[in-house]
Design a protein around this ligand. Sequence first.
Ligand code: AMP
Length: 245
Amino acid sequence: MTSHTSDGGSVDFLPGPILLIGPPGVGKGTQAKMLVEQFGIPQISTGDLLREHRQRRTELGMLAESLMSQGELVPDDLVNDMVADRLAQPDCERGYILDGFPRTLPQADWLDRYTAADRVKESASSGRGASLAVYALSLVVPHDELLRRITGRRISPAGRIYNIYTNPPEVEGVCDVDGSRLEQRSDDTEAAFEKRMQEFSQKTGPAIEHYRALGSFIEVDGSAPVAQVTKAIFAAIHAFRAVVT
Ligand code: AMP
C-alpha cells in the first residue's frame, strides 16, 4: 500500500508503530519530528502529554509534577492509561511514533498486549499500519555530550528548541522567530539529569533488552549531525520493514 507524506511524496510501505527509546537529550524529539514529516503519522511524546497535564493541573499532572522535576518516572499504570487514550484516536490507525515510551519493562509488556489485541482486531492485510509489529529505535550519544545538550537547552513557549552552547538565539533568552522568552525545563538541571540517567539505565535498560531479545531493537549513532542521524534512522526502518511485517 502507498502512503502519502506531508510534503506530497509517498512511501511504498507504512512504517507502523515506532518506539523511540533513549536517554535524555539524545535527540528523540528532534528525530520524531523528522519521522512525522516523512511518514505523516503522529508523534506521541509521553513527556509532552504529562507536561500538558501539569499545565492543565489535572490530577495526573499534579501527581507527576514533583516526580518529573526530580527526574523520576511516573507510575506505569498512570502512563499506560494515558497512552491507551491517545492510541485509541483515529490518527494512530496508520501507525505512530511513541517518543519516550515504554520506559520500563512493565510498560513494554503492557504495549505488547495492547498491540497484540490490535493485531487480532484488524488483520495486517487491512492496510492499517498500527497492526504491524512494533520495533524500538535507540540513539547513542556520549554522557558528557548529553549533559551539555540538557543543561544548555532552552525552549520557547511554541516549542522551538535552542541550546546556549551549540544553537544560541541571536538575543540571549529570546526566541528568534516570535520574540517570546525562552525557558528552561525544571528537569533540565544537572542533578535531575543524573537522576534521569540513573532511571534510564536501571528501568529502561530491561525494556531495551526485551526488544533486543525479540529481534526488534535498532541502535543508531545519535552524535552525528541531525540530517545524518535522520538518514540512518530511515535506512534502519526500511531494512527492518523489508523483513518483518
Ligand atoms: P521526556 O520529555 O521524555 O524527557 O520526559 C520527561 C519526564 O516525564 C521523565 O523524566 C519522567 O518523569 C516523565 N515521563 C515521560 N515518559 C514517561 C514514561 N514512559 N514513564 C514514566 N515517566 C515518564
